[in-house]
Structures are given as C-alpha cells and as structure tokens.
Design a protein around this ligand. Structure first.
Ligand code: FE
Length: 183
C-alpha cells in the first residue's frame, strides 16, 4: 500500500465504522474528532493532533466492538490500532496510541481527582484494563518512549465526550495526516 493508500484506508475505515457507539452517547468518529480538536485547541503540534485523532483507531478495526467491555472483556484496541498504523507513522504518533490505556491507569494511580472525573464507562473499563498502576508499573511506564505524549493524548481523549461540539470534519485533518506520514 502507498502512503495515499493508507490515507484512503483511514478515511474508508472511519466511513465504514465511525458510526459505532463509543458508549458515551456519541459515536466513535465523533469522539475521535472532538478529541483531536481539543488537542489542536491546546496548541499541540501535528503529531499529537494525529495521535489523538487516531487513538481509538483500533476500536474501528478490531472485530470485537467496544461493547465487549460490558461483558468484562478487553479488546486491546490500543495494540490493534498501533500495530496497523506502525508501518506509516513514526513512534511519536504510534507510541501514544499504544499507551493511551496505560496512561489512564497511570493517571488514576497518581491523581484521585482524575479518576473521579472519569466517565462512568471509563471507570468500568479501567478495571478490565488492569486498574490503577502500582509503583513498579508507574516507573516502567514513565521509562517507555512516548509516555509523556500518551498522558497528553489521554487527557484530550477524556475531554472529547461532549454530546455536541463545534469541530472540524474528518476531511480537515487529511493534510495534517499526510504531513505526519513517514513516507
Ligand atoms: Fe478514546
């Protein structure tokens, strides 16, 4: 696949699966677009905007929809998304995508206010995803490449769950995605 091919693939995946329920009364696509816009509004550089836009890409492409969490199972969407995007984007984008669930576990362990502000759905998935990190897990997390970016992406992720929001459509991000491709 060419770099044009992966952009087309991303767009068609959003078109095919973006309507899926995110579980916060909004669709997956709405959640990802809101999160990306919030990252941009915070003045983040393009790789952080793209990482935020695509952080839940794995939810769109994994065979197990988000609803598996309701059955107490994990779909490991962070790994699914990171694996598919890794040939096309550098670690500054792929690592935060892969670590955005771990970032939630880190933030819950270090900031009680963060955990209490989480949405009900996110509190439920936290348990399935391993709960708060212990000390050793936190130390290991901070040493991982991309963990600082993952903490940022996570906070934009948590804010992108509004019933409605004025925000750009997916097309707006296409040139930004293209500039962030490795090839
Ligand atoms: Fe998310």
């Amino acid at each position: 696949m060419t770099s044009d091919g992966i952009v087309d693939e991303i767009l068609s995946t959003f078109g095919r699966c973006g309507h899926l329920d995110y579980g916060e009364h909004i669709s997956m696509q709405e959640h990802m677009l809101q999160s990306a816009f919030i990252a941009q509004s915070h003045g983040e550089p393009e790789p952080v905007i793209v990482a935020t836009l695509l952080h839940d890409y794995g939810h769109l492409i994994c065979n197990l929809p988000n609803q598996v969490f309701a059955q107490g199972r994990d779909n490991y969407h962070e790994n699914v998304g990171a694996d598919v995007l890794a040939p096309w984007f550098g670690p500054e984008i792929v690592a935060p995508i892969q670590l955005h669930v771990e970032a939630k576990r880190y933030l819950c362990a270090t900031d009680p206010a963060y955990e209490s502000d989480l949405s009900a759905a996110s509190k439920t998935t936290l348990i399935i995803q391993g709960g708060r990190m212990n000390y050793e897990e936190r130390q290991a997390f901070l040493k991982r490449r991309g963990s600082a970016m993952a903490l940022k992406v996570r906070q934009y992720d948590d804010l992108g769950k509004q019933p409605t929001m004025e925000r750009p459509e997916l097309d707006y991000y296409v040139p930004i995605i293209r500039r962030c491709l490795m090839t």
